[in-house]
Design a protein. Structure first.
Length: 113
């Protein structure tokens, strides 16, 4: 199975509104092109844009693997929103199990083609 992993994080974000526009456009395009999307919510940040992107992906029926750190401040929100919108999507407790879930989604994608 071949897969490309795209990570929107940059080591040094250049800043400024034009760089932000390019980043948002890049993320929007690739989230819509992806066959499977992994969302990981770490404990250190609320990640409001990632929450928005998760909601959009869940609403359009995208294949998603979702996980949060046990200490993520919005963990209950993620669990409950997905329970209502996409009850078949488990919220994983570790990055490793979230990656395994994403890999399973990718295997499922390649098996269908």
């Amino acid at each position: 199975m071949e897969a490309a992993v795209l990570n929107p994080r940059q080591l040094a974000f250049p800043g400024g509104s034009e760089a932000m526009r390019r980043q948002i456009a890049w993320e929007h395009e690739h989230l819509h092109r992806a066959q499977a999307i992994l969302f990981w919510f770490c404990a250190e940040r609320d990640q409001p844009i990632a929450l928005y992107e998760l909601g959009a992906a869940a609403a359009r029926g995208a294949r998603i693997a979702v996980g949060t750190d046990a200490e993520y401040p919005r963990r209950l929100d993620v669990i409950e929103q997905l329970r209502h919108a996409r009850p078949e999507v488990a919220v994983h407790n570790s990055l490793a199990s979230t990656v395994r879930a994403a890999a399973a989604l990718m295997r499922d994608c390649t098996a269908r083609t």
